[in-house]
Design a protein around this ligand. Structure first.
Ligand code: ADP
Ligand code: MG
Length: 215
């Protein structure tokens, strides 16, 4: 007899409103990478998660960072680094979909190739989550538009692609401006040598989860 793994979101300690939201979105079961990464992520562990594209990695980190978010506090509490503007837009959309409506979570997208001014204005109005490309985020940090002292979660999404695109120095500079006391979540489709180095530098005692093939 084979034992079915637990794949229900209800097995996680998520607020009832989040569970209702998930079922409304048609997320009836966790994908394999969500089932593997959400328990340690929600427990506050640093995480290296590897699974192929389309496996639902965004919700894995989005649900975790949203669970830790204090919506009454108008400060950036989570930062997600992405390789491209398109991916940053997708991540922003997914975080907004997964956030509880009553929390009114403000997610700001900070990508290169878009005028700085509008992004700076969004930051001035107050944002809970910032998502963007490393160079542009660094730019906002250097201009004093973005403060990270209230940050509790740093996500490196599609870390392998960010390395391929030569963002390693920018990632390092951003990570150094984050509070040492934080959770760092690294998501990647592949696990080349460079990712191990990056993880060793910026993650603390990480849990590694890897999902092969299906999902
Ligand atoms: P990845 O980052 O691993 O490439 P995404 O996070 O972009 O994958 O997810 C791929 C698609 O799967 C998205 O359209 C997302 O809405 C959907 N998805 C994610 N998790 C679930 C789930 N538990 N049930 C149903 N659909 C899901
Ligand atoms: Mg992804």
């Amino acid at each position: 007899m084979s034992q079915r793994p637990v794949t229900s979101f209800a097995s996680l300690s998520l607020p009832a409103a989040t569970l209702e939201n998930l079922s409304r979105l048609g997320y009836t079961e966790m994908t394999a990478i969500q089932a593997a990464s959400l328990p340690p992520a929600l427990a506050g562990k640093d995480l290296i998660a590897q699974a192929k594209t389309g496996s639902g990695k965004t919700a894995a980190f989005a649900l975790s960072l949203l669970a830790r978010l204090d919506a009454r506090r108008f400060a950036v509490q989570a930062l997600v680094l992405c390789p491209t503007r398109e991916l940053a837009d997708q991540v922003t959309t997914e975080i907004r979909r997964l956030a509880r409506a009553e929390d009114n979570v403000k997610v700001v997208t900070l990508s290169g190739g878009v005028p700085l001014r509008g992004q700076a204005t969004s930051l001035e109005y107050g944002a809970h989550v910032a998502v963007g490309t490393p160079g542009r985020i660094l730019d906002h940090l250097e201009r004093g538009n973005l403060a990270l002292d209230a940050l509790n979660t740093l996500v490196l999404d599609e870390a392998d692609r960010m390395l391929d695109m030569g963002f390693v120095d920018d990632i390092a500079k951003v990570a150094r401006q984050c509070p040492a006391q934080r959770q760092t979540l690294l998501f990647s489709a592949t696990y080349p040598e460079g990712i191990a180095k990056l993880a060793a530098q910026f993650l603390r005692d990480p849990v590694t989860v890897k999902v092969e093939a299906q999902h």
